[in-house]
Design a protein around this ligand. Structure first.
Ligand SMILES: Cc1cc2nc3c(=O)[nH]c(=O)nc-3n(C[C@H](O)[C@H](O)[C@H](O)COP(=O)(O)OP(=O)(O)OC[C@H]3O[C@@H](n4cnc5c(N)ncnc54)[C@H](O)[C@@H]3O)c2cc1C
Length: 413
């Protein structure tokens, strides 16, 4: 199962790769470490999402002798959703491990330093709330190209239904919220899964919004909200959400994707400037609240959404998934053997991820109550919004959003 690595023995750029960037040198520190540490020979990764692809990249960089195969149930270039947004540090965490990959992704990214709340009575600008965004497809394509260039084998349309059939030394469950790896040992992983109340649907639109905006509207059948931001020079994400009774009242439960898109398009016609919404697996869903007590079972380990969920309103699920991959590979590198590495990953990573998922859960709870909160005066609503995840107190908010707070304080006087 274990073998000593010899980093020089394997070319980093596979001959069949279509990736055109120069070969990536192995990190010098890694080489030194590998001279004294051990590696594994075979790894199966379920899922070519951000967690799976990033783990594959880091494993091939850290353990060039390991054979890493990613199984993805979907065809190549088929994924759900549109753009994803990242709060504050965006993808800067990639800087230390794969700066060249970050350089490839950066040009695809959109960035802005303020956001906007669009309320029925007025708009409120929230300064200092910086975000960046990228198309999920663009991100996955870059990760995929880079992974292949390092010798990762990605098998598309390869759905693994029986984990027991995999005979590799390490099995990584990066297979998202419906994880089969997690299901393969519920007693050990102990997932706690429930769902938030609101219904949401993830659309796109060929309209580049100026900044990340939360639009809250009153409609005849109840309040509705849209999270929207551009993720390329021509495209934006447009996520619509509402509480269950509004969702029922519109009959969204009986509509197909196109009908839902047209209905939401009509309701948000002003915001959308009558541009039609685009669908891509844009079914109505309720966001899951998932936390697994354990992330390791024997040689099986969970990453990203397979282990925990983070509501999209704090823009952290993708980053969390990729940072899990960093934590996993680091732990395997630093410990004396694979079991100790997996144990260290769970021990060290869980408290960090838990803090973020707790903040995301509080944010999701805020959205579940947004219809009621819309009765607040706009500036109170905005302040409540900014403090919803419990991560910042008032002095921090004053530092972060001085212009908004000046307006808030002026109004309060
Ligand atoms: C509406 C919405 C908006 C979001 N917005 C943001 C955002 O703005 N910012 C952000 O950071 N995050 C956002 N997220 C969250 C983000 O999408 C996830 O947290 C992130 O994709 C998790 O990555 P992952 O690799 O763990 O899982 P996934 O991206 O779900 O990837 C899992 C992969 O595994 C594959 N798979 C599943 N089962 C199998 C199997 N048995 N065999 C083979 N393959 C399998 C799936 O096809 C999939 O490709 C959003 C999520 C939603 C629903």
């Amino acid at each position: 199962m274990w073998c000593t690595t010899s980093p020089e023995s394997r070319p980093l750029l596979s001959s069949g790769s279509s990736f055109t960037s120069p070969p990536v040198p192995v990190d010098r520190n890694l080489r030194e470490k590998e001279a004294v540490s051990q590696s594994f020979t075979t790894v199966s990764i379920l899922g070519a999402g951000p967690a799976g692809l990033y783990a594959a990249i880091l494993l091939r960089k850290g353990f060039p002798d390991a054979s890493v195969v990613v199984h993805e149930r979907n065809p190549q270039r088929a994924t759900f959703g549109f753009g994803v947004v990242f709060s504050d540090r965006a993808l800067d965490f990639m800087q230390s491990d794969v700066p060249e990959l970050l350089d490839l992704i950066r040009p695809d990214m959109q960035q802005w330093s303020d956001m906007q709340l669009s309320l029925p009575t007025r708009d409120v600008k929230l300064d200092g709330v910086g975000f960046s965004a990228v198309g999920r497809m663009q991100l996955l394509s870059r990760l995929e190209q880079y992974a292949v260039s390092l010798g990762v084998k990605i098998k598309y349309e390869s759905e693994i239904s029986d984990i027991g059939e995999l005979r590799t030394d390490l099995i990584i469950g990066a297979d998202g919220i419906q994880s089969r790896v997690r299901d393969s040992d519920i007693e050990t992983f102990q997932p706690a899964l429930s769902y938030f109340n609101n219904h949401f649907a993830w659309f796109g639109v060929a309209l580049p919004f100026e900044t990340l905006t939360q639009t809250f509207i009153e409609t005849n059948l109840g309040p509705m909200n849209a999270h929207h931001y551009r993720y390329s020079s021509s495209m934006s994400t447009f996520i619509v959400e509402c509480e269950p009774r509004t969702w029922k009242a519109y009959g969204f439960d009986g509509m197909d994707e196109r009908q839902s898109a047209d209905t939401c398009g009509a309701l948000f016609a002003n915001t959308l400037k009558n541009t039609p919404l685009i669908t891509n697996h844009s079914h109505w869903r309720r966001f899951p609240r998932l936390w697994c007590k354990r992330w390791v079972s024997g040689n099986r380990v969970l990453l990203g959404d397979a282990a925990h969920s983070a509501h999209f309103s704090i823009g952290s699920g993708t980053r969390l998934a990729m940072e899990d991959a960093i934590a996993l590979v680091r732990a395997i590198r630093e410990e004396k053997d694979l079991p100790s590495g997996l144990a260290a990953y769970e021990r060290n990573r869980q408290p960090i991820a838990e803090k973020i998922t707790n903040a995301a859960n509080r944010s999701a709870e805020w959205y579940d109550a947004f219809a009621e909160k819309m009765k607040m005066p706009p500036l109170d609503f905005a302040k409540d919004y900014l403090m919803r995840s419990g991560r910042i107190d008032l002095p921090q908010l004053r530092k972060m959003a001085p212009q908004f707070m000046a307006e808030y304080d002026h109004r309060a006087r």
